[in-house]
Design a protein around this ligand. Structure first.
Ligand code: PA5
Length: 430
């Protein structure tokens, strides 16, 4: 099986040749062989490497059962979680939900501590029937912890003791964790796999349940991820697009390109770019010599940061995701107002979007911006998302190994938390 995703490295040729990428892979053959065997990094975080570890047929059945119950009882599912816990499902749901208008709406909460934001969630729910899905690996993160409190109270007020029927939690087994609460208070439960860290968990119940509730075909998505896993694990390193991408981006960094920005031209893909940013930012950002990931949503961002990319400091690589949602019937309408846009009359909007994409890529490349490109089939669907998810999980793992960081921890995040806890303790003592 071939991937539908194609990696194009030709627009970095002013800085790196394909032969250099190949030579670098051959030079580090042992490292990549170890990566293929998932030898690098602590063993207790490697469960994601094999899709079937956490999304085999039995687990998919279990997820479907929970999703069917939620779909039958609620018009809205509030997903409470933050960071790695919700960005994967957010990426797929916010892009694919439009194909399933009759499915429950997914509303995201517990990803901030803003009182206003939580009010907005309540307003959006209105009188509609609602369930909640709470994701927190060890249930010690403040944002989902507080949001769960608020929603327990809210659901109790609306549904009385029956509210438990509307709560599903997803966490590790163990004392004080969500599994214990589910047993004690009768909430539904799905496992947050012990051996999978937050940002590697999209292909587990953590990420798949919200997708299933939103009407996304998780069987197709997971099968596509399995196929991608097979492809990437059997391709030799030199011809493996995920390995070539991991090496290309870091060779560019060594030439001074310390920022890599993903570029999407479909606003519905913004949340995919945010997932990608989480993967690379939290996985690699632990040493000085690492890439800062960012993303642009064009054409809008061409009218702001695009100026900087074109002529500002030359330290940005762009990674284009050539992926369009097409609407051939949507054409620029005629007009009896002399507005100066008559030259576009009758043209499909799609061709304008493609012209923006091709025009900006060429302008940036011509001016010396190295541009990587992933070419995808039009109209992203479950198959493409399964591919994208596994592809970039594999790629970030290879990239982190290549620059020599532990791909699975995020100790730095604890520093701000310590300050926050100190401040909150002072606050309560007053
Ligand atoms: O990748 C990670 O591990 C993090 O981004 C976590 O997912 C995030 O901090 C949320 O953690 P938790 O599920 O424990 O609330």
């Amino acid at each position: 099986m071939a991937l539908s995703l194609k990696f194009n490295e030709k627009y970095i040729d002013k800085y790196i040749g394909s032969d250099e990428i190949t030579a670098e892979i051959i030079k580090h053959k042992q490292l990549f062989d170890d990566g293929y065997a998932c030898k690098i990094g602590p063993d207790d975080r490697k469960g994601w490497f094999k899709v079937d570890n956490n999304a085999d047929e039995n687990m998919l059945k279990r997820i479907h059962k929970v999703a069917d119950k939620i779909r039958s009882q609620s018009e809205v599912l509030v997903v409470i979680g933050i960071g790695g816990s919700n960005r994967g499902s957010m990426a797929a749901v916010e892009c694919l939900k439009y194909a399933h208008p009759d499915s429950p709406e997914i509303i995201w909460a517990g990803n901030n501590v803003s009182a206003t934001a939580i009010e907005r969630v309540m307003d959006r729910i209105g009188n509609r029937s609602v369930s909640v899905y709470v994701i927190a690996k060890d249930f010690n993160t403040v944002e989902p912890g507080l949001a769960f409190r608020v929603f327990r109270q809210y659901l109790k007020q609306r549904y009385g003791d029956e509210y438990k029927e509307r709560v599903t939690v997803c966490g590790s087994e163990g004392k004080g964790n969500l599994s214990e609460l589910s047993q004690k208070y009768g909430f539904g439960f799905l496992p947050f796999p012990e051996e999978v860290g937050g940002r590697y968990c999209i292909l587990t119940p953590v990420g798949l349940l919200p997708c299933a509730v939103a009407g996304i075909d998780i069987d197709v998505l997971v099968q596509s991820a399995r196929d991608t896993e097979k492809y990437l694990k059997t391709a030799d390193a030199v011809n493996n697009p995920a390995v070539r991408y991991a090496v290309a981006r870091n060779l560019l960094m060594k030439k001074g390109f310390y920022v890599e920005s993903m570029v999407v031209n479909e606003p519905d893909l913004e949340f995919f770019a945010r997932w990608w940013l989480q993967e690379f930012g939290e996985t690699e950002g632990k040493i000085q010599e690492c890439i800062y990931p960012d993303y642009y949503v064009n054409s809008e961002d061409l009218h702001s940061i695009g100026q900087y990319v074109q002529q500002g400091r030359r330290f940005i690589t762009e990674t284009y995701l050539r992926c369009f949602k097409t609407h051939p019937d949507k054409k620029v309408p005629s007009s009896d107002v002399e507005d100066g846009f008559g030259y576009l009359e009758g043209k499909p909007y799609d061709s304008v979007n493609r012209a923006v994409y091709n025009g900006s890529l060429k302008a940036h490349y011509d001016d010396g911006v190295p541009c990587l490109e992933f070419i995808c089939p039009d109209n992203p669907d479950e198959k493409l998302f399964g591919e994208l998810f596994y592809f970039f999980l594999f790629a970030v793992y290879m990239s982190a190994n290549y620059i020599g960081v532990n791909p699975f921890n995020q100790d730095g995040v604890e520093n701000y938390k310590k300050n926050m806890y100190d401040l909150l303790e002072k606050f309560t003592k007053k």
